[in-house]
Design a protein. Structure first.
Length: 176
């Protein structure tokens, strides 16, 4: 899968990538070929987290972006404001304005972004991209999934006989 040039990250994905420092390699690789953005609203949201210095993580790997909410109609902004947090709205607004990909893990926010025709991918999708690009192998991807599950990321445990691509295909089929 080809990713858009601009990737705009929400807090949930940053939490998954940031405090699992072994995933910094993924951000470094993505940063070599993509523009990685974090809306200011997301940066403010993650700054409240005390377990890990997410501000330093973002400063190291991401460009902070001030989302332009004019990219959303008043009707869309009102709709999004009913169910999403400010960071998720900023990610969607930024993706509309810059024609970028929305990097979100929260299902409802992902669905709303897809309804607006945006390219949507999450933590696992980025990991699948890394496997497809040859940046890591199935064993590394599955070890990361087990770590995510251990840290309360809601996923079914992978079957050891499946490839990571097959695991992702089964996950996507189960969510339809």
């Amino acid at each position: 899968m080809a990713l858009p040039q601009i990737l705009i990250f929400d807090a949930s994905v940053l939490f998954n990538l940031g405090h699992r420092d072994h995933l910094a390699w993924l951000i470094e690789r993505l940063g070599q070929s993509h523009r990685l953005l974090v809306p200011n609203a997301v940066l403010q949201e993650i700054a409240r987290e005390r377990m890990f210095d997410y501000a330093a993580f973002c400063e190291r790997y991401f460009e902070v972006y001030l989302a332009n909410f004019d990219a959303l109609s008043a009707e869309h902004l009102a709709e999004l404001n009913q169910t999403l947090d400010f960071g998720e709205i900023a990610v969607i607004a930024g993706a509309i304005e810059l024609t970028g990909a929305v990097i979100l893990d929260e299902r409802h926010a992902r669905n709303l972004a897809k309804q607006r025709g945006l390219f949507v991918i999450g933590t696992l999708g980025l990991l699948a991209h890394a496997v497809e690009q040859g940046w890591c192998d199935d064993n590394t991807a599955f070890a990361t999934v087990r770590e995510l599950i251990h840290n309360r990321f809601s996923l079914p445990s992978p079957k050891t006989s499946a490839s990571f691509v097959e695991y992702m295909r089964l996950l996507q089929a189960s969510q339809k």
